[in-house]
Design a protein around this ligand. Structure first.
Ligand SMILES: Nc1nc2c(ncn2[C@@H]2O[C@H](COP(=O)(O)OP(=O)(O)O)[C@@H](O)[C@H]2O)c(=O)[nH]1
Ligand SMILES: [Mg+2]
Length: 209
């Protein structure tokens, strides 16, 4: 079958500061099992396999999602070197109530750029907005969350990366970023990916006319 998919699984690394909700986000995306009472243990490293809608007529692709130990502290804002080299895409997560978690992403992005060589590696940024419960005090004005998210949006525009606002407790809010990422990692293959084979087929079509 010439149009059978040649399954290359996209490897996606999820990183960011400790406690921003990376594990909760991946668990929610893959299993939908997270609610406000879920307790999670600190991550060392975990790998999840997700079947993600590409948004193209129900076609699904597989992503291998790597959860990492959250980065902590000033000097530790660096990913281990091998994390910079193997992924096909990066998902950077921050908590818009904590400016340090955003600053850390800038350092990570610089490191990613340094190591990516010439290949194109998609990077997206997710703001995990925690639902405010009714008993929380109303936000002070000006709302610092908004100013941190403005800063994030400006930075993402300069870096030409996409910024999404998600809420881990609402599973559907996670679909769009991962659908878009999946589509970027798996461009539509209407033609054979082998140029030589395509040439043979074109020649054959011509001779059949
Ligand atoms: N209410 C609320 N809790 C969250 C959210 N995201 C994560 N948590 C909780 O915060 C804690 C840390 O999350 P975790 O996913 O382990 O953070 P990680 O270190 O980035 O992997 C866990 O107990 C989660 O249940 C969220 O969006 N809303
Ligand atoms: Mg974790």
């Amino acid at each position: 079958m010439l149009n059978a998919k040649i399954g290359k699984v996209g490897k996606v690394l999820v990183c960011g500061m400790k406690n921003v909700g990376k594990t909760a986000l991946i668990e929610q995306l893959v299993y939908g099992n997270i609610n406000a009472d879920t307790e999670l243990h600190p991550t060392i490293e975990d790998i999840y396999v997700a079947s993600v809608d590409t948004g193209r007529g129900g076609a699904r692709e597989t992503l291998r999602i790597y959860d990492t130990a959250g980065l902590q502290g000033e000097q530790a804002a660096q990913l281990p070197r091998h994390y910079l080299q193997f992924p096909d895409a990066f998902v950077l997560v921050y908590d818009p109530t904590d400016p340090r978690s955003l600053d850390m992403l800038a350092d990570i992005k610089t490191d990613i750029d340094k190591h990516k060589e010439k290949k194109e590696v998609p990077v997206i940024v997710l703001a995990n907005v925690r639902a405010r419960s009714k008993k929380d005090t109303p936000p002070a004005t000006p709302n610092p969350v908004e100013s941190i998210m403005d800063r994030a949006n400006n930075w993402c525009q300069r870096e030409r990366i996409k910024h999404y606002t998600v809420n881990v407790m609402e599973r559907p809010s996670l679909y769009e970023p991962f659908t878009m990422l999946c589509a970027r990692l798996h461009p539509p293959q209407t033609k054979s990916t082998f140029p030589q084979l395509r040439q043979v087929m074109q020649n054959r079509q011509k001779s059949e006319v």
